[in-house]
Design a protein. Structure first.
Length: 314
């Protein structure tokens, strides 16, 4: 059953990345099919395709260097063999380790942060559904008290996931909600406390001060819990997602990325850039609005889906 679900997600991921495939991967495929030799012109054109595909200059240069080195080491002359090396190189750059999900083995608080409109509340709901399905006791904290409708939206997700929720009134103190949620998590012996937060920009001092206050409460009142901070970024924004991740990483300790709205975007290549440039793993990806449309990030499956390769469930 689990393998069937993973297979289903791979198919949806492949479909969701179709626009990226059309705009970026089709050019890469054409280059490999038309290349007679692996010369400087070939690498230059490949480099240009990667930069245009929202992978970014830094990441592209890294991939090109690794690729050239492997081609030389293995004395490869044919483009077809070189393409598989390229895929393997990208997969290696995006690998997520088992240790990156250490929080799943302990009492944990997952704090989701990010700018407005990236899908934080939806991601909290999907994570709640995922962990409830795994048999964990989940509690939600509705600490986005600024956005109109955010609390009601999270209540709907809580009901859908079958999880409990701590919420206050719109406009109430978010730190107080988190304080109450922490007390409830301890009293109810909760496995994972998921905290929704208001959308904020790194330069909004009052919101960043509020975030610091939330951190302080969790660390002081629930020091025994594993605190995991996930930055939610919108895949449709391309290089802007990378800029947001860079900015937030300067003001908050980010443990991982939740990459949303990958379905229907031509900028799916940003997943490669985020992981490679910031050394922050993409831990979850979303390809739709349903509760099951979130999965742990799998580098092999992502690259295979992006380049229309055979499915490889790991």
């Amino acid at each position: 059953m689990e393998e069937k679900e993973k297979t289903g997600f791979f198919t949806r991921l492949k479909k969701g990345l179709s626009k990226t495939r059309e705009s970026f991967v089709s050019g890469v495929d054409s280059l490999f099919h038309g290349a007679s030799e692996l010369d400087d012109d070939f690498y230059e054109e490949l480099e240009e395709l990667f930069v245009m595909g929202d992978i970014g200059i830094h990441t592209t240069m890294q991939i090109m260097e690794d690729l050239k080195e492997k081609v030389k080491e293995q004395n490869i002359r044919e483009a077809a063999a070189c393409k598989q090396l390229l895929l393997d190189t990208i997969k290696a750059q995006m690998k997520v380790c088992e240790e990156d999900y250490e929080f799943e083995k302990k009492k944990s608080v997952l704090l989701l942060i990010g700018v407005n409109g990236v899908g934080k509340t939806t991601s909290v709901g999907k994570l709640a559904g995922t962990y409830k399905k795994d048999g964990k006791k989940v509690l939600l904290a509705a600490a986005d008290t600024f956005r109109a409708g955010a609390i009601d939206q999270l209540k709907e997700w809580a009901a859908r996931a079958g999880a409990e929720i701590i919420a206050g009134q719109e406009g109430s103190d978010p730190a107080a909600i988190v304080y109450d949620a922490v007390a409830a998590a301890k009293a109810r012996n909760v496995d994972i406390l998921l905290c929704d937060t208001a959308g904020r920009l790194h330069n909004k001092k009052n919101l960043m001060a509020e975030l610091h206050k939330i951190y302080t409460i969790i660390e002081k009142e629930y020091s025994e819990a594993y605190l995991e901070t996930l930055l939610v970024v919108d895949g449709t924004t391309g290089q802007n997602a990378l800029a947001q991740a860079k900015e937030f990483s300067q003001v908050a300790p980010i443990d991982g990325i939740v990459l949303t709205k990958l379905d229907g975007t031509a900028k799916g290549g940003i997943a490669i850039a985020i992981q490679s440039e910031l050394k922050i793993p993409v831990k979850f990806i979303c390809i739709g609005e349903k509760i099951e449309d979130m999965e742990k990030f799998n580098a092999d499956n992502f690259v295979d889906a992006l380049f229309d390769a055979e499915e490889e469930i790991c």
